[in-house]
Design a protein around this ligand. Structure first.
Ligand code: ATP
Ligand code: MG
Length: 387
């Protein structure tokens, strides 16, 4: 018997054309998530059904539970559309649970209005049937220890006991494509996850300073992308070497302006990369007021270096909330591994907290920007990180 998994998604807010786009993208993403395990996705009324080989059950459940757009999933048993068969299956499924005293409820959803019994009637029939065979059981609609759910579909009835939460949100790809600026810190992977959750397909860009920074910063970026790819399939990761730019900034610009100037160079490089790849927005892990480079003035002066839209999904989050999220999405342990960020390499004693755009631009005039940027672009390496 193949394993069958019923997948629910947020249908309430979905109307008309949006709904069919959502369903099409979600179906494609689910297929991408489970096909390695020999499973298939079929569409049902407001649901998807996944069936695959029993031996891959756990892997399939794990994959599906990470796909954005999935609200919840349940492993189901199926019966023919016949009340006798449904009663029999209900007994089999609850046999073990019914060995001791328990409260239960039955919850029926009838998508197929041709089925002769309305939902409350099915609840009553099955409830009575279980109690008749299992004297330990009592019905408790408000505080059941277990719930047997029944979905009456067009060709079959599906019964299940458990429900696993999915991440919710929108299927990746439905909201366009962006470029995540991925450092090795705690924040940017969380920012990436939140954007993926809103349906934005992502590529990632990591700046390193090899040989001033070790190879480890790049390994971290790869591992972070692998985690992020769990919900989206795969992430294309780009890496650019900032060493030459950093040397030049250090030689020619005031120390306290170093971070702002470096950030502006990063944004220019991100823009160049995006232009060739159809990426429509940048995503950063910036929050407000966390560090000197994240005052309103610093953010404003930094972002003037690019004409691109910059998304900052963490803006309203406290550090503790960001850390909780990082733990939940399992990026935290990777982020806290020791490494040298290219930004921590030349950290000034007292970075400017209120930089002035004019002063920053005046210093940039002393630099030969375009050749510096081109040289950095020449160091670009790109890898595909699969989930
Ligand atoms: P994070 O935890 O993401 O490193 P942070 O709190 O350390 O963030 P900053 O160092 O000010 O904040 O960096 C702000 C944002 O700039 C980062 O979240 C990231 O999006 C981007 N960024 C910083 N350094 C890098 C880097 N080396 N490569 C790519 N993006 C970077
Ligand atoms: Mg950082």
């Amino acid at each position: 018997m193949p394993v069958k998994i019923l997948v629910r998604y947020g249908e309430i807010a979905l109307k008309g054309k949006n709904r069919s786009r959502f369903e099409k993208q979600l179906r494609q993403n689910l297929t991408g998530a489970v096909q390695d395990y020999g499973a298939e996705v079929t569409k049902m009324q407001g649901r998807f059904m996944i069936s695959g080989p029993e031996e891959n059950r756990d892997q399939i459940m794990e994959r599906v539970s990470k796909v954005f757009g999935v609200v919840s999933l349940s492993e189901v048993e199926e019966a023919a559309l016949d009340i006798g068969e449904i009663k029999q299956l209900a007994l089999e499924m609850t046999g073990q649970l019914a060995a001791a005293k328990k409260e239960f409820r039955i919850e029926t959803r009838r998508a197929n209005k041709q089925f002769p019994f309305p939902s409350p009637e099915v609840n009553r029939i099955l409830g009575a049937h279980l109690q008749e065979h299992y004297p330990h059981l009592t019905v408790d609609l408000d505080h059941p220890t277990f719930t047997l759910a029944v979905e009456i579909s067009y060709d079959r009835a599906y019964l299940y006991l458990d429900r696993v939460e999915g991440p919710g949100g929108l299927p990746v790809g439905i909201s366009g494509r962006g470029l995540l600026l991925l450092s090795g810190g705690i924040d940017s992977p969380v920012a990436g996850w939140l954007s993926l959750k809103r349906g934005l397909a992502l590529e990632a860009l990591h700046f390193h300073s090899f040989p001033f920074t070790s190879q480890r910063s790049q390994e971290k970026a790869v591992d972070l992308c692998r985690k992020l790819g769990a919900g989206s399939g795969r992430i294309v990761l780009h890496m650019i070497n900032m060493a030459a730019i950093q040397k030049e900034l250090r030689a020619k610009c005031p120390e306290d302006m170093g971070i702002i100037l470096l950030r502006r160079m990063m944004l220019r490089l991100a823009e160049k990369l995006s232009a060739g790849r159809g990426l429509q927005a940048l995503v950063t892990g910036e929050s407000l007021g966390q560090v000197a480079s994240q005052t309103l003035e610093s953010i404003a002066v930094t972002e003037k270096a690019t004409g691109m839209l910059i998304l900052r999904p963490l803006l309203g989050m406290d550090k503790t909330e960001i850390v909780d999220k990082a733990l939940e999405i399992e990026t935290y342990d990777i982020s806290i591994r020791p490494y040298e960020d290219c930004c921590t390499l030349f950290v000034p004693q007292n970075p400017l907290t209120r930089p002035k755009l004019e002063a920053v631009e005046n210093h940039e005039k002393k630099l030969d920007l375009e050749p510096l940027l081109e040289q950095a672009m020449a160091s670009l390496e790109t890898v595909q990180v699969k989930r």
